[in-house]
Design a binder for this molecule. Structure first.
Ligand code: HEC
Length: 150
């Protein structure tokens, strides 16, 4: 029991401490207007395919935006690099620049969207800032995707 608690404590300190790369991206702070605009774009243009709530994996047509963020944040912990990489992918989705090759295999490569740069950026910044629902299966997902994060 004591061991369990020390493990949990350790996880809480090490796993969520400032050394966790996922923390630094959360420093991207959006204004209420930016959040509103980002949510509007995501609702209208991303939610149709991407699970944005606590959907089960089986009912989705593409990975949840939370899962997408998990992949980007580990490779690009700095907000600027995160946003640039995601914008580059959305501008021209390509297998070679995909950080989620398993998702492309499962669902097919994402199509190019008819959105302008500002709309796309609003959605990408919203995702980067962490305004995505963490699904109940998040921990199992992270465990299964550990090899992607190396
Ligand atoms: C028509 C369905 C569809 C819509 C609409 C859609 N996506 Fe996707 N998206 C996908 C699929 C399928 C994948 C998984 C395959 C892949 O990665 O290309 C994906 C993957 C992604 C990825 C991961 C790319 C990678 O590295 O592989 C990002 C980022 C992304 N979507 C962002 C968005 C954003 C932001 C929006 C809204 C502005 C959006 N998507 C709208 C289908 C869609």
């Amino acid at each position: 029991m004591v061991l369990l608690w020390s493990c949990l404590l350790c996880w809480a300190v090490v796993g969520c401490g400032p050394t966790d790369p996922r923390e630094s991206v959360q420093r991207l702070k959006l204004t209420p207007e930016e959040i509103q605009e980002g949510q509007r774009v995501v609702r209208l243009h991303c939610a149709t395919c991407h699970g944005v709530d606590d959907k089960t994996r089986e009912s989705m047509l593409s990975p949840s935006l939370w899962a997408v963020r998990e992949h980007y944040i580990r490779k690009y912990p700095e907000p600027e690099a995160f946003v640039a990489a995601m914008m580059a992918f959305l501008d021209h989705p390509k297998t070679e620049s995909s950080l989620m090759p398993l998702a492309s295999e499962e669902y097919g490569l994402m199509a190019m969207l008819p959105l302008d740069e500002a709309q796309m950026r609003a959605a990408v910044r919203l995702i980067c800032a962490g305004h995505v629902v963490r699904p109940s299966w998040a921990r199992a997902y992270d465990k299964a995707h550990a090899p992607c994060y190396e």
